[in-house]
Design a protein around this ligand. Sequence first.
Ligand code: GDP
Length: 296
Amino acid sequence: MFENLQDRLGSVLKGLTGRGALSEADVSAALREVRRALLEADVALEVVRDFTAKVKEKAVGADVLKSIKPGQMVVKIVHDELVEMLGAEGVTIDLNAPSPVVIMMVGLQGSGKTTTTGKIAARLTNRDRKRVLMASLDTRRPAAQEQLKQIGEQTKVDTLPVIKGQDPVAIAKRAVQAAKLGGHDVVILDTAGRTHIDEPLMVEMADIRKVSNPHEILLVADSLTGQDAVNLARNFDSRVGITGLVLTRMDGDGRGGAALSMRAVTGKPIKLIGTGEKMDALEEFHPKRIADRILG
Ligand code: GDP
């Protein structure tokens, strides 16, 4: 296991007890440990740089309170800054738009898009008493449409009937139309992913967006994504324009640094967290918990 940041800083700053303010040299030594901890937690390098610069500004010259050790104090500054950068608590899916409200799910293949589509649909149906229609726009993987249909049967949420040979843009139009006719409050479009970002994927996402006018565009990403998280979030945000992030596999043993990376480069809120394969394994985002986890 990783040594936790508090212990590391304790040894780096142990000569400091009793002195007044943190000097630049003390802070630099401490920040080397902070940087290591963040990189081990998979926070992207450029985000680590920005972050440590901000912490440095706050920590240099800060008076060390008599009651706490300097290491604890730096940990507190780091923790507070992490929470601030991770963003507000309780920002969740916004349904404040005329019905049917369109939610478009985007992300790479295997990120958990289809599962998350089902989880969100189940929650809106059971908790918020909304009528939801789900539609799979993944015509590339034959099993994808069937997978969503099964999730619909399991969660008792309507899915758009599959018409073979229809392209994703046509399916998106049909889904919105069907939701209008069917009196659904919400329609969730589960788009196709790829193993990596490429131009045709971005064009397809932009076209789907154009015809369906989504109120929410949620980027679903595996919380175990490492340094790629920045590239992924930046591309989807600049090409498609996301309104929020959903981090999946937070039940795994990763430290979840991708949450910080993606939030930092897009400025978009983390709206939900996936914590398992089951349909009810969906949680609100709590920045303090993620900050604790990143720091180990
Ligand atoms: P998609 O290709 O993006 O639609 O990904 P899927 O929804 O098919 O998910 C891929 C795999 O990840 C499936 O086996 C899901 O059960 C699993 N999965 C999705 N979300 C989570 C999560 O939050 N935790 C865990 N442990 N597994 C998940």
